[in-house]
Design a protein. Structure first.
Length: 136
């Protein structure tokens, strides 16, 4: 397992960031932009993916480091559920739904692998600063 020194280096965070940009863009236009409840809920859920990955990485314990990506994974499921609603009520085309759904599934798979890796390497959690490395 490579040592990750910043949460921005985590592939799942990078994918979640991409998904967040896409969700914000698509919810700024059309009928979904006027459905404030759904628009705000899907935005909160997608931001939660990124935020929980970062919060887990910056946490002070390995248990939290594993716990927060689990919350992020749950938020990814919430986004997918809201994408179904958005498609079913006609806010998203089939193509828009498919693109967003695929990226949401990708981040969920990445998080599953990341969590598994963290659980398998319980004793190799490291917190790194510029020059000093601490082992927990």
């Amino acid at each position: 397992m490579a040592t990750i020194t910043r949460f921005e280096d985590i592939e799942a965070w990078q994918t979640a960031r991409e998904l967040t940009r896409m969700i914000y863009s698509i919810t700024d236009e059309g009928r979904i932009a006027r459905d404030f409840g759904l628009r705000d809920q899907i935005r909160r859920a997608v931001v939660s993916i990124m935020s929980n990955i970062a919060e887990g990485f910056e946490s002070r314990s390995q248990a939290a480091f594993i716990h927060y990506p689990g919350i992020a994974k749950a938020s990814s499921g919430e986004v997918r559920s809201q994408l179904y609603v958005s498609r079913d009520v006609g806010y998203l085309s089939e193509q828009q739904f498919s693109n967003l759904f695929q990226i949401s599934e990708k981040v969920s798979r990445q998080l599953s692998r990341f969590i598994s890796c963290l659980e398998k390497n319980l004793n190799s959690y490291r917190v790194k600063e510029d020059v000093v490395e601490y082992e927990i």
